[in-house]
Design a binder for this molecule. Structure first.
Ligand SMILES: Nc1nc2c(ncn2[C@@H]2O[C@H](COP(=O)(O)OP(=O)(O)OP(=O)(O)O)[C@@H](O)[C@H]2O)c(=O)[nH]1
Ligand SMILES: [Mg+2]
Length: 686
């Protein structure tokens, strides 16, 4: 097996708005590099990347895929990612293990919402990048317009490195402005630069040469002195400009026609940084982030960035080696969990294909099956020199659905299956809501959860129905009340007797329930008091309005009576429960609903629409802070109104907004809504 040094590897993530052509471009590059010998198509469900049956069915990528190939003695680990917003967790993981990015833009649609988002993620991760303007063969494809959009949105650092020859049905090939060579057809053949393009070629080349010269004092002197720079000097200068983020070269082509893809591989090889050029961020002493230089000779440090669960293949763990090397059939130290992990056969993955390898060295990416203690985000290292690489930060879930198994058999497998899905996708969480007795799956959007449900059926044979989770309403009282309950039964021999007097009092929100014993003079003997308390504690599980749990009341047991023969614990428990229910009815009960804090981040121009929509949702807007074109709106909104806010917000802003949400407090539900909830609960019972 060929050993790659740190300089011989490129880890490159493909990013774009959904459907711009990442998967198709990756397929064309694999084919061009000879890694595959048949060029698949997304529309036929035959690409190397979209191999999952759900991807084939939907014709979109749903998870990140490793697509390595070799190009000019360099190993290029392409990482294809989904463009659909619900799957941003995969994008974040892929960005984390890459040193460079290619942002794919559709030549007909130009800069889209998703383009802006992935641009922001790459800025945040400080990733050097290239732009590939794809679909030049399509109707309405326009390179110049797309470049103008790119430059006005992302700045003048977006500079064409190539120009297209022809467009739409007449798209023929590409002119490379650095080598001043033209390539037409597929596979590409060298050709003359068309004379019609000459003046455009010259003016764009000038900009590129200037930008490449600017990074280096000797180059800029030469350039200003009117001297020609050699190709080597230019390409060295451009490389420096790209790796430092000063220039983002714009390339062009058609993935579907496999045009421009060899030059795209060339550009990754020549201008994107190798693992050697990026320090590793680790968690040092006292939990502080530190950086260390990567090395193949240092002790092992590898970050797990993806886990996939499959009932047949088993668990597959994807990792990126940052330091040292990982060996097949070895033992490593999981520094995150503090446990030893056994490593079996290592693989290099290409789509679903596993190629066994004896070793993976720093800079490279691979996978291993059936690990025991390791999950996504963990660091595998050496026992003697344990290190923890900074983990991947995933967005928090904001959308939830209740999961109901379809059959008894489905119920039995539900828990284990959900746990595996949550292990696979860290933006999914599963929990059991003790208040509503529902199993709830939380994620980033409706599609993500639908896909998860389909996966449960297809992979694990578990059928489920999804529904909007119940709102965990509560009940309480608003005025103090007294109640008396006598449980008395005279049957044949032994009778039943328990008699309890309670005082109820409302407590401030969030206090919980309290029970105190104020019996004096033994009107109820001490040994029966715990039974009364038990009765009260059970009765608060179901309030008198709509059978929701009762909270924030203080119960005082102050009197009662007993019978020396007929009284028993069970009689006092019944009396305690009965008295509580009566007291609740007397205390002017109300329904409480959960109120959430939300923070919506949105382009300023949508502020009015967002506020108008929030007003229809009984929201209280608490603050707005405009900042550089975006606005952060903070509000408190009843949970019942924003359970499907992801969907509303997407349609109001075409996906330009995002939000976070967390629980704030419980508050009285307005009377007209209370009436509806009570009616719904009654209907449910009958
Ligand atoms: N005409 C034309 N169509 C293309 C080209 N590249 C991709 N397509 C089509 O565009 C659609 C989307 O392509 P994909 O490669 O799946 O795009 P993607 O960016 O991977 O999409 P997501 O994974 O959903 O984000 C498919 O129907 C492709 O056939 C191209 O160069 N020209
Ligand atoms: Mg795709």
């Amino acid at each position: 097996m060929k050993q790659y040094g740190l300089e011989d590897i490129r880890n490159v993530v493909l990013l774009s708005h959904c459907g711009a052509g990442k998967t198709s471009a990756a397929e064309a590059m694999l084919f061009t590099a000879g890694a595959i010998n048949r060029l698949g198509k997304v529309d036929d469900g035959t690409t190397t990347s979209d191999y999952d049956p759900d991807e084939v069915k939907r014709k979109i990528s749903l998870s990140l895929t490793m697509l390595p190939c070799e190009w000019k003695d360099t190993k290029i680990n392409l990482i294809d990612t989904p463009g659909f917003a619900d799957f941003v967790g995969e994008v974040k993981a892929a960005i984390r293990v890459s040193e460079g990015a290619v942002i794919v833009v559709c030549a007909a649609s130009g800069v889209e919402v998703g383009t802006e988002q992935v641009w922001a993620y790459s800025e945040e991760a400080n990733l050097p990048r290239l732009i590939f303007v794809n679909k030049m063969d399509r109707e309405n494809a326009d390179f110049n317009r797309t470049v103008e959009e790119l430059r006005s949105r992302f700045g003048a650092k977006c500079l064409p490195l190539q120009l297209p020859i022809g467009a739409q049905s007449d798209f023929q090939g590409v002119v490379d402005l650095l080598t001043m060579k033209a390539y037409v057809g597929s596979p590409a053949k060298e050709a003359e630069i068309p004379s019609s393009l000459q003046s455009q070629v010259e003016s764009f080349r000038e900009k590129l040469v200037e930008a490449a010269a600017e990074v280096d004092d000797t180059l800029i002197e030469k350039y200003l002195g009117g001297e020609e720079l050699s190709l080597e000097e230019l390409s060295g200068g451009l490389r420096q400009a790209v790796t430092t983020g000063k220039v983002v070269p714009v390339l062009v082509g058609s993935a579907l026609q496999n045009r421009g893809t060899a030059l795209l591989l060339d550009a990754m090889h020549s201008y994107l940084p190798s693992p050697k050029e990026r320090d590793v961020v680790i968690i040092g002493a006292a939990g502080k982030q530190e950086t260390i230089a990567p090395s193949q000779d240092a002790p092992l440090a590898a970050l797990v960035f993806k886990t996939s669960a499959d009932p047949y293949v088993g668990k597959l763990t994807y990792f990126r080696v940052y330091n040292g090397a990982m060996e097949s059939n070895s033992q490593v130290w999981n520094a995150t969990q503090g446990e030893t992990e056994r490593i079996g056969q290592l693989f290099v993955m290409r789509g679903k294909t596993q190629e066994p390898v004896p070793q993976l060295r720093a800079g490279d990416i691979g996978a291993v099956a059936k690990l025991n203690v390791t999950g996504t985000g963990d660091t595998l290292s050496s026992r003697d020199k344990p290190v923890k690489i900074a983990p991947i930060v995933f967005p928090k879930p904001i959308f939830s659905e209740a999961v109901y198994p379809k059959t008894k058999a489905d119920l039995d497998k539900l828990g284990a299956t959900l746990a595996r899905l949550a292990e696979e996708d860290l933006t999914l969480q599963v929990h059991r809501d003790p208040d509503t007795n529902e199993t709830v799956i939380l994620g980033l959007g409706e599609t993500q959860i639908e896909v998860a449900a389909e996966k449960m059926l297809r992979k694990f044979g578990v059928g489920v129905e999804l529904s909007t989770p119940r709102v965990p309403y509560k009940e309480t009282i608003t005025i103090p009340a007294k109640a008396e309950y006598k449980h008395k039964k005279q049957t044949g021999g032994h009778g039943q007797y328990g008699h309890v007097l309670l005082e109820l009092e409302p407590l401030p929100r969030g206090s919980g329930n309290e029970f105190t014993d104020k019996i004096v003079g033994g009107s109820i003997p001490k040994n029966y008091i715990p039974a009364v308390e038990k009765g009260v504690n059970e009765a608060v599980h179901e309030g008198v309005l709509a059978r929701y749990p009762v909270v924030d009341i203080k119960t005082r047991l102050y009197d009662g009576s007993f019978h020396p023969v007929d009284s028993s614990e069970i009689c006092f428990k019944i009396a305690g429960a009965g008295a509580l229910k009566k007291g609740l009815s007397e205390g002017q009960p109300i329904l409480l609903e959960p109120i959430m804090n939300i923070r919506v981040t949105v382009p300023e121009s949508y502020t009015g629409d967002i506020i108008a929509d929030l007003n229809t949702k009984r929201a209280r807007v608490q603050g707005m802070s405009p900042e550089g074109g975006t606005n952060v709106i903070e509000a408190q909104v009843p949970l019942a109104e924003i359970q499907r806010y992801v969907i509303d917000l997407k349609s109001i802003t075409q996906g330009r907004a995002s939000y976070t949400m967390d629980f704030s407090h419980y508050e009285e539900t307005p009377p007209h809504i209370t009436q509806k909830i009570i009616a719904a609960r009654q209907a449910e019972k009958t």
